[in-house]
Design a protein around this ligand. Structure first.
Ligand code: RIB
Length: 335
């Protein structure tokens, strides 16, 4: 295998010093003649020289890196969220270092340390942080600004909020409007604050509308398509007219489970999800769901954390992003 091209190789070919090459490739080209700059850049291309990350971050005292921890990188919602982070970070010359904690506090702690070790300039954490105080202490000790989002409680600091409670209320309203009073809510076994808020909003609105809804009408399963699929029989046993799944993956699994039991959506049972992942538009029938602006959540989180990295004393920013009910074909009006 051939050796990696080094800055020394490039300097030798150009017949200049290593310092000259380093300065030209690190934004100080105005110190040199146009001819030298052009020569170095042409040679860089020709030789395929990629500057060493560690050396560059030592010079700039920044890795221009955002550490990101999400609960799962397979989850389509977080794929979109990461896309938003990536897109904004790239526009500002930052690179996200994305970790999936697999919902494990141990994995999360390990990745937190890894992000610090790899010179992250700031952190965005969407997985439910097991110990907010410990995380705060570790990141503060290392001088790293951070932003907790989605599955985390709001803490003092920059914030991106997404109206979870209101989401639950809107779903309740819509199902009521369509005549549904016998509803099963499908939730994950481990409820994080954002999911709890959806349930609270749903329950409060049902109460306000005078519809009975008790905790017996909530069934718990793994937060995945498989989890939704596996809970099908339990849901059907309750004979609901409508099912509210706390995320679209659950709804997709249920939709398949219903079909295998010859239960038609929405003729026999209505189904509503949450998130509006891409797949929701392609299930049969297409899924009515609450749109969460996952891409904008990522973009905004990246914007806030980069602003904080570059200006640590600026005022706190708190952004609330809107949610929106996407009406497709999985809810039927009944009498
Ligand atoms: O599966 C993704 C879900 O978990 C979303 O609803 C999101 O808000 C997260 O917490």
């Amino acid at each position: 295998m051939t050796k990696k091209v080094t800055i020394t190789d490039l300097a030798k070919r150009a017949n200049v010093s290593v310092t000259t090459v380093s300065q030209i490739l690190n934004g100080k080209e105005q110190r040199f003649s146009q001819k030298t700059v052009a020569k170095i850049k042409a040679l860089q291309l020709e030789m395929g020289y990629v500057p060493d990350f560690n050396a560059q971050s030592l010079i700039s005292r920044s890795g221009k890196t955002i550490g990101v921890i999400v609960p799962s990188i397979n989850n389509p919602f977080f794929a979109e969220f990461n896309h938003g982070i990536d897109s904004y970070s790239a526009s500002k010359g930052y690179t996200p270092l994305i970790f999936g904690s697999n919902n494990s506090p141990q994995v999360e702690s390990r990745y937190l340390v890894e992000a610090i070790r790899r010179a992250a300039d700031g952190m965005i954490i969407a997985s439910a942080v097991s110990d907010v105080n410990e995380t705060d202490k570790l990141l503060r000790q290392n001088g790293l600004p951070y932003l907790l989002i989605d599955r985390n409680p709001p803490v003092k600091g920059d914030l991106v909020d997404v109206q979870n409670k209101q989401g639950g209320q809107i779903v309740a309203d819509y199902l009521h409007e369509n005549g549904h009073h016998k509803i099963i809510l499908v939730a994950p076994k481990d409820l994080t604050l954002n999911m709890e808020l959806r349930i609270t909003g749903f329950k409060e609105k049902m109460k306000e509308l005078g519809v009975d809804f008790s905790d017996d009408q909530i069934v718990h399963t793994d937060l995945s398509m498989a989890g939704g699929y596996q809970i099908t029989e339990k849901v059907l046993a309750a004979q609901p007219t409508a099912v509210f799944a706390l995320n679209d993956e659950l709804a997709v699994g249920l939709n398949r489970g219903f079909a295998e039991h010859d239960v038609r959506v929405p003729e026999d049972v209505s189904l509503i999800g949450y998130d509006n992942i891409d797949l929701a538009a392609y299930t049969i029938p297409s899924l009515t769901t609450m749109n969460q602006p996952a891409f904008e959540m990522g973009e905004t989180a990246a914007r806030l954390i980069i602003d904080r990295i570059e200006n640590s004393d600026s005022d706190l920013q708190r952004v609330t992003l809107p949610i929106r009910l996407v009406k497709r074909n999985s809810v039927k009006k009944i009498n």
